[in-house]
Design a binder for this molecule. Structure first.
Ligand code: HEM
Ligand code: HEM
Length: 176
């Protein structure tokens, strides 16, 4: 087995899931809980951004962020059932990582704005907060769908890999 996801990536991932989940279910019932969960999510994204430049090889943006045409070719390959297995994030997954992190940053930032004197009660800030939260939920469904699809197609449990950090060695045709 290969060690792919370092502990920081794994802790980041599952803490992000927990903090998003907590914030999602608490917007009105317990406002402080909601805000703190949201700030934790924002802080996790900032930390992961730095780790994308300083971290272990598979944690780096340079390893998994690809040009749009490569992402498009990968998506087309999925349609024809010929997409390669990747040890790190696949090109579509890499794009999704950026989208999830950006979405989370927008939610946390607009959430914080709502607590400032300057933007308190501003409709557009509230609308952007709500829209980005709902948009991110949609992306999360697509994200989990992509994870399940890749798990089935390449006969490996990617969820377990995000817990243990380990994946099967690259075989013929896989992209290391
Ligand atoms: C709040 C919901 C979620 C968010 C915001 C989220 C976000 C992310 C991010 C940012 C990454 C990149 C990890 C990194 O490189 O640091 C990632 C990867 C991953 N996520 Fe999630 N995730 C969420 C929910 C889930 C759930 C529910 C599952 C399991 C069913 C899941 C399974 C995975 C897996 C397996 C990967 C690695 C994908 C790969 O092998 O390339 N995620 N997720
Ligand atoms: C993961 C991060 C977050 C998520 C998923 C999230 C999600 C939501 C959702 C779904 C709503 C309800 C919006 C609606 O009515 O459609 C909401 C409201 C709100 N959020 Fe957040 N939020 C997050 C972070 C934050 C942060 C960091 C703050 C501020 C520090 C914040 C402050 C607020 C406030 C003040 C409201 C209005 C509450 C009300 O309607 O009474 N949120 N948020």
């Amino acid at each position: 087995m290969l060690r792919v996801w370092d502990p920081l990536v794994r802790i980041f991932h599952w803490s992000l899931v927990a903090s998003f989940g907590l914030a999602w279910f608490t917007p009105r019932s317990a406002e402080n809980l909601h805000q703190w969960a949201g700030y934790v999510a924002g802080a996790l994204v900032v930390m992961r951004l730095a780790w994308g430049f300083l971290g272990t090889p598979y944690a780096r943006f340079s390893q998994f962020v690809h040009a749009p045409n490569r992402v498009a070719r990968y998506l087309l390959a999925i349609l024809t059932g010929r997409e390669a297995r990747y040890i790190g994030h696949n090109p579509a997954g890499g794009m999704m990582v950026l989208a999830l992190m950006t979405g989370m940053a927008v939610i946390s930032f607009t959430g914080w704005m709502m607590t400032t004197d300057a933007y308190f009660g501003e409709d557009w800030v509230q609308n952007l907060h709500s829209l980005s939260a709902h948009g991110l939920l949609l992306l999360i469904f697509i994200h989990v769908g992509g994870v399940l699809l890749a798990s089935v197609r390449h006969r490996e449990n990617l969820v377990r890999a995000m817990i243990s950090g380990q994946k099967r060695q690259a075989g013929a045709g896989d992209t290391a």
